[in-house]
Write a protein that binds this ligand. Structure first.
Ligand code: TYM
Length: 336
C-alpha cells in the first residue's frame, strides 16, 4: 500500500452507520485505520444515515446520532480541510446510483448476505426491502468515488465482495465504468468480539450494555466492563481458538499497545487474569482518552459541525456526480 509522492494518491472511502454510539469494535476494526490512512491517501469518510433507516429510527435520535458520529469522525483526528467528511443523505447521488446498481444485482446474491439473514432474524417484524438491497447502496457509496481501498472490519468483507461482483459485471457491459475496490482489513482488531459472549461480534445494537465498550464510556465503566469480561477457568494468558474471551482481550490489548501476541504472553507469564484485565482496561482508557476529549469539544460546537457537513457534502457531490453522469450516459439515459 506504499505509494510515492509523484503518484496520484489512491482513493480511500469508508462509512459508519449512526445507529448509536460506536463501539471499541468500530474503532479498532475501522476508525483507527481511517485515521492512519488519512495523510497518505485521498480519503472520503461518511455517516451512513440512509443505511440506518433499514431499521426503525426515532427521527430526533437519528438526527442527534448523525451529528454525534460526525463529531466523532472529527475527533479521530480526521481533518475536514484535507479529507472529505460527509453525511450520506446530503449527497443525493448515493441513492441515485444505488437504484441503478439494484438493477445489476441478482436476487440470489443479495439473498446470500449474512448481514441480511441476521438482521431479518433480529428484526423479524420489519424485514423491509431496504434491508435486502442494503449492499447495493453500499456498493454505490464505494463506486461513486472510484475508491481503491475500503478500510472496514471483517464483517463487511462479504459486502465488499458483492460490490466487486457488481463492478465487474457493469464494467463487462460498459467498459471502464468503475475502479475495482479492495477491502483493507487490519490484522488485529478486524473482528472485536462481545465481552460477554466472545463467539459473537461486538455490536452497538447488542441489548446487553456489558457486551461492548462504547467510545464514550468513562474510564470507570470501561474498567468494570473489561473486568467482568467472560474468560475461562485456566487463568493463563495465551492466544488460542479454545480461549475466545482471553484471545479477544489480547487482540484489543495488541491493537492499543502495538505489542505482538508473543510479547503479551511474555508480559503476563505467571500472572493471573486480574492483572491482565487491569492492563487491558488501562490501555483502552488511554487509547480512547484523546478521542473523547476532542469529541466533547466538537460536539459543543454544532454550528461548526453543520458547516463542515455542508462543505463535505458539496465536495462529495461534485465528485460523485461525475461517476453518476458517466454511468447514466453509458446506460442510455437522456442527458439534460
Ligand atoms: P457499521 O456502521 O456496522 O460499522 C462501521 C465499521 O466498523 C466495523 N466494525 C467492526 N470491526 C471490528 N470488530 C467489530 N466488532 C466491528 N463492528 C463493526 C465495520 O466492519 C465497519 O467497517 N455497512 C457498513 C457501513 C457502510 C460502509 C459503506 C462501509 C455503508 N456504506 C461503504 C464501507 C464502505 C456498516 O454497517 O458498518
Amino acid at each position: 500500500m506504499e505509494q510515492t509522492q509523484s503518484e496520484k494518491k489512491k482513493v480511500v472511502l469508508s462509512l459508519v452507520q449512526p445507529s448509536g454510539v460506536p463501539t471499541l469494535g468500530n474503532y479498532l476494526g475501522a476508525f483507527k485505520n481511517w485515521a492512519g490512512m488519512a495523510k497518505d491517501y485521498d480519503c472520503l469518510f461518511g455517516v451512513a444515515d440512509l443505511h440506518a433507516i433499514t431499521v426503525r429510527q426515532v427521527p430526533a435520535e437519528l438526527r442527534a446520532h448523525t451529528l454525534e458520529v460526525f463529531a466523532l469522525l472529527l475527533a479521530l483526528g480526521l481533518d475536514p480541510q484535507r479529507e472529505t467528511i460527509f453525511v450520506q443523505s446530503q449527497v443525493p447521488e448515493h441513492a441515485q446510483l444505488a437504484w441503478i446498481l439494484n438493477c445489476y444485482t441478482q436476487f440470489g446474491e443479495a439473498s446470500r448476505m449474512t448481514q441480511f439473514k441476521e438482521k431479518s432474524q433480529s428484526h423479524a417484524d420489519n424485514v423491509n426491502v431496504g434491508l435486502f438491497t442494503y449492499p447495493a447502496l453500499m456498493a454505490a457509496d464505494i463506486l461513486l468515488y472510484q475508491a481503491d481501498f475500503v478500510p472496514v472490519g471483517e464483517d463487511q468483507k462479504q459486502h465488499l465482495e458483492l460490490t466487486r461482483n457488481i463492478a465487474e459485471r457493469m464494467n463487462g457491459v460498459y467498459e471502464n465504468l468503475f475502479t475495482m475496490p479492495e477491502p483493507f482489513i487490519g490484522k488485529a482488531g478486524a473482528r472485536v468480539m462481545s465481552l460477554t459472549e466472545p463467539e459473537k461480534k461486538m455490536s452497538k445494537s447488542d441489548p446487553n450494555q456489558k457486551s461492548f465498550v462504547s467510545l464514550l464510556d468513562t474510564p470507570d465503566v470501561i474498567a468494570k466492563k473489561i473486568k467482568s469480561a467472560v474468560t475461562d477457568s485456566e487463568a493463563r494468558v495465551y492466544f488460542s481458538a479454545e480461549k475466545p474471551g482471553v484471545s479477544n482481550l489480547m487482540g484489543i490489548y495488541s491493537c492499543c499497545t502495538g505489542r505482538s501476541y508473543d510479547e503479551i504472553e511474555a508480559e503476563f507469564a505467571g500472572k493471573g487474569y486480574g492483572d491482565f484485565k487491569a492492563a487491558v482496561a488501562e490501555a483502552v482508557v488511554e487509547e480512547l482518552r484523546p478521542v473523547q476529549e476532542r469529541y466533547k469539544k466538537h460536539l459543543a460546537d454544532k454550528a461548526y459541525l453543520l458547516e463542515c457537513a455542508a462543505k463535505g457534502a458539496e465536495q462529495a457531490s461534485r465528485r460523485a456526480s461525475k461517476t453518476l453522469g458517466k454511468a447514466m450516459k453509458k446506460i442510455g439515459f437522456l442527458q439534460l
